[in-house]
Design a protein around this ligand. Structure first.
Ligand code: ADP
Ligand code: ASP
Ligand code: MG
Length: 408
C-alpha cells in the first residue's frame, strides 16, 4: 500500500479551523487508499511566543531547558490534529519525536537527525492508523530532548518519509508553492512547476525560508520526491526533484535574499597568512558562521580581510576580535551594518557566461552599490545596502525574465 508523508507548517495549523482543514486533507488521502504519516509544526507563532516567555524568566536560559520548552509547541498541535482526524472517523495517534524514533546528535537547539527508528510508526500505519508526529524535535542517545533549528519540521518530515519508504513528502504551507522569489516581498513572483534539488538547496541556504535546507539535502541524498503545496486552497504546488524541464530555458530560476548582514573589515599588522588562519579559527571556535570572505594582499597597501556575518553574531565577533587582538595580529577593525545579501540562483548558469555581468549592470542602472560579491557554479550573491534590497530584487527579477514565467 502506498505511503505518504504530509507536513503542515505553523500557519496551516494556527487555529482550530485550520486544524480541521488539515484533518480533512489527511482524511482525503486515507480515503484514497494511502497510509499517511503527518508531521506538524507548532501552531502559528507559538515557537516565538515560547522563546519570549523564556526570555522573561531568564534572558540567558540554557539550551537544554529551551529545547524542553520549545518541544511542547509541536506536541500541542500533534494531539489536537490527531483528535480532529479521529473526529472525522479515521483512527489517529499522535507521537512525540522521541516516540517516533527520531534520534539526533547530542546538540541542543540545532541538532542533526542521525537516524529514524520508524518501527512503531510503521506498525501504526500498517494497522490503518494515521500517525501524527511532532516535527522539529528528537532525542539524543541519552534520552535528552533536542530540537532541530528554526524551520526544522521540514527536515523531520523528509527524514521520516525516508525511514517509512514513503512515495512522496508533501510540505503543506501558506503559499502556493516555491516561487521565483518570496511572493510576500515581490508581487510579480511566479510559482514554479518544478525545481531541482540543487537549485532548491541553494535558494534555501541563501535565505528563502520556504524549506529548511537540511530537508532538501536529505531529500536529494535519498532521492525522495518533495512537494511544496498550499494547505489553504487546492493546488498541485511545486515538485522538487533531480532533473527538471527548463521552464522557458531560464538561466536564473530564483532570487533569494537575507536581511541583517554585517560586513567586518580587519586590517592586519602582520602581512602573512597566519593572521587569516588565526582570526577564522577563533571565530569558528566561537561558533560564528562566516559567509563571504574577501582578502586583498597588495605590496604597497596594509593587508586586510573583509567578511560578512549575520547581525545576531555581531556582538560575539567584536568580542572575539577585541579580546584576542594581540594573538590574532591585527591593528584595526571596521564594520558596516544595515546590509542585505541578494542571490540569483539557476543551474543554467554553469553554461551561460555573463550572468554576473548582467547582474552588476542591472544594479548599476538602478544605482545600487555592491559591497561584496561571491559566486559558485549555480549562484551569484551580492551584499548591498538593506534599504535597497527590495528594489534590487525587483530589478533582477525583471532582468532575468522571471516576471514572465509560465505555469502559475
Ligand atoms: P511554514 O510555517 O509552513 O513552515 P514558512 O514561513 O516556514 O512556512 O515558509 C513559507 C514562507 O516562505 C512563505 O510564506 C514565504 O513568505 C516564504 N518564502 C521565501 N522565499 C520563498 C519562495 N521562493 N517561494 C515561496 N515562499 C517563499
Ligand atoms: N516550530 C518551529 C519553528 O517555528 C519549527 C518549524 O516550524 O518548522 O521554527
Ligand atoms: Mg517552515
Amino acid at each position: 500500500m502506498e505511503r505518504i508523508v504530509m507536513k503542515f507548517g505553523g500557519t496551516s495549523v494556527a487555529n482550530p479551523e485550520r486544524i480541521a482543514r488539515a484533518a480533512q486533507l489527511v482524511v482525503r488521502e486515507v480515503n484514497s487508499g494511502k497510509q499517511v504519516a503527518v508531521i506538524v509544526s507548532a501552531m502559528g507563532k507559538t515557537t516565538d511566543e515560547l522563546l519570549s516567555l523564556a526570555k522573561e524568566v531568564n534572558s540567558a536560559a540554557g539550551r537544554r531547558e529551551l529545547d524542553m520548552l520549545l518541544a511542547t509547541g509541536e506536541q500541542v498541535t500533534a494531539s489536537l490534529l490527531a483528535m480532529a482526524i479521529s473526529g472525522e472517523g479515521v483512527e489517529a495517534h499522535s507521537y512525540t519525536g522521541w516516540q517516533a524514533g527520531v534520534l539526533t546528535e547530542s546538540v541542543h537547539g540545532n541538532a542533526r537527525i542521525e537516524q529514524v527508528q520508524a518501527d512503531r510508526v510503521s506498525a501504526a500505519l500498517t494497522s490503518g492508523t494515521v500517525a501524527v508526529i511532532t516535527g522539529f524535535q528528537g532525542a539524543d542517545m541519552h534520552g535528552e530532548l533536542t530540537t532541530l533549528g528554526r524551520g526544522g519540521s521540514d527536515t523531520s518530515a523528509v527524514a521520516i518519509a525516508i525511514a517509512l519508504g514513503a512515495s512522496i513528502c508533501d510540505i503543506y504551507t501558506d503559499v502556493e508553492g516555491v516561487f521565483t522569489t518570496d511572493p510576500r516581498l515581490i508581487k510579480q513572483a511566479q510559482k514554479l512547476e518544478e525545481i531541482s534539488y540543487d537549485e532548491m538547496l541553494e535558494i534555501a541556504n541563501l535565505g528563502a525560508g520556504v524549506l529548511h535546507p537540511r530537508a532538501v539535502e536529505f531529500a536529494k541524498n535519498h532521492q525522495m520526491p518533495l512537494r511544496v503545496r498550499p494547505a489553504h486552497i487546492e493546488g498541485e504546488g511545486t515538485i522538487i526533484k533531480e532533473e527538471i524541464d527548463l521552464e522557458n530555458n531560464l538561466v536564473v530560476r530564483g532570487i533569494a535574499f537575507e536581511r541583517d548582514i554585517v560586513r567586518i573589515t580587519v586590517m592586519y599588522n602582520v602581512p602573512y597568512n597566519g593572521s587569516l588562519a588565526n582570526i577564522f579559527t577563533a571565530l569558528a571556535e566561537h561558533h560564528v558562521n562566516v559567509d563571504i570572505i574577501v582578502q586583498t594582499i597588495r605590496e604597497d597597501v596594509q593587508p586586510s580581510v573583509s567578511f560578512s556575518i549575520k547581525k545576531e553574531d555581531f556582538a560575539e565577533v567584536i568580542n572575539v576580535l577585541e579580546s584576542n587582538k594581540e594573538a590574532l595580529g591585527y591593528s584595526r577593525a571596521d564594520f558596516e551594518v544595515g546590509l542585505a545579501k541578494v542571490s540569483i540562483v539557476g543551474s543554467g548558469m554553469v553554461s551561460n557566461p555573463g550572468v554576473a555581468a548582467s547582474l552588476f549592470e542591472t544594479l548599476r542602472q538602478v544605482d545600487i552599490p555592491i559591497k561584496m560579491v561571491s559566486t559558485s557554479e549555480i549562484k551569484v550573491s551580492v551584499v548591498i545596502p538593506e534599504p535597497e534590497m527590495e528594489k534590487a530584487v525587483a530589478a533582477l527579477h525583471e532582468q532575468f525574465g522571471l516576471d514572465a514565467v509560465k505555469g502559475k
